[in-house]
Design a protein around this ligand. Structure first.
Ligand code: ADP
Ligand code: MG
Length: 247
């Protein structure tokens, strides 16, 4: 594979401002196919904004975002086509409370005419089995624990067979005893080779599971490299200080 074929996402000089507040100040990075990248850094540093720019939930102020070689910031590009290839898992699970788990999983694929109702229902079953919740398929969301809800949200993201899943602090709304089950599902996905970009405060998890760590602060990517280089033997003073605080 050439360098370009390896790249799933390439971001060039990405800027994002909200009014006079500059949140991203020129991010140039790439994510390769099959890589797990953890984005860490202090609160307010622009991590969520960066993630949301990648599927254009936020419109960048300037810069380019290439997804499989296509510049998705180009106004002529059908972003919905590309969004379908990017799953997103948020801190809050955003399940539809009035729908069973099966219906929550089937909803978007049905709308996108991804297959027949029977096919999509079967897919919901096999996908839910992957996150260990097949027995909950006909339950309502309110009967699930937070950890189980987040596992359903991950299954929902997997339903479209995405090229990448973007996670924004998937465990930070959970009680500590429930984070483990979610992180364990994410580790399993990493082993399957699914490309993932994960904003997280779980530094130990990031060090263990991620191929690369992206450290963001004040709108810049301060460092991007292996967990070994960025977390275990940090050279950068700002990163050292941050790691001391979160220990
Ligand atoms: P992080 O995820 O690293 O905590 P964010 O990307 O959420 O950082 O936020 C970076 C900065 O951008 C913060 O100062 C935040 O208040 C601001 N911000 C984020 N979203 C918006 C928005 N929609 N409107 C105005 N300011 C925003
Ligand atoms: Mg955030």
């Amino acid at each position: 594979m050439s360098a370009n074929e390896k790249e799933l996402i390439r971001v060039e000089d990405l800027h994002k401002s909200f009014g006079s507040l500059q949140v991203l100040k020129g991010v140039t990075e790439h994510v390769d196919h099959g890589e797990v990248v953890s984005v860490i850094g202090p609160s307010g540093g622009g991590k969520s904004t960066f993630l949301r720019c990648l599927n254009l939930l936020e419109t960048p102020t300037s810069g380019k975002i290439y997804f499989e070689g296509t510049d998705i910031t180009d106004k002529n590009v059908d972003i919905n086509l590309h969004r379908q290839k990017m799953g997103m898992v948020f801190q809050h699970f955003n399940l539809f409370p009035h729908m069973s788990i099966r219906k929550n999983l089937m909803c978007a694929p049905l709308l996108n005419k991804q297959g027949t109702k029977e096919e999509i229902s079967k897919l919901a079953e096999s996908t839910l089995a992957k996150v260990g919740l097949l027995d909950k398929i006909d339950a309502m969301p309110s009967t699930l624990s937070g950890g189980q809800k987040q596992r359903v949200a991950i299954a929902r993201a997997l339903m479209r067979n995405p090229e990448i899943i973007l996670f924004d602090e998937p465990t930070s709304a959970l009680d500590p005893e429930l984070t483990g089950e979610v992180l364990s599902v994410m580790s399993d996905l990493a082993k399957e080779g699914i490309t993932m970009l994960i904003v997280t405060h779980e530094i130990g998890f990031a060090a263990q599971v991620a191929d690369k760590i992206m450290f963001m602060d004040k709108g810049y990517v301060i460092d991007y490299g292996t967990p070994e280089d960025v977390i275990i033997n940090p050279k950068n003073k700002r990163i050292k200080t941050f790691l001391e605080k979160v220990k």
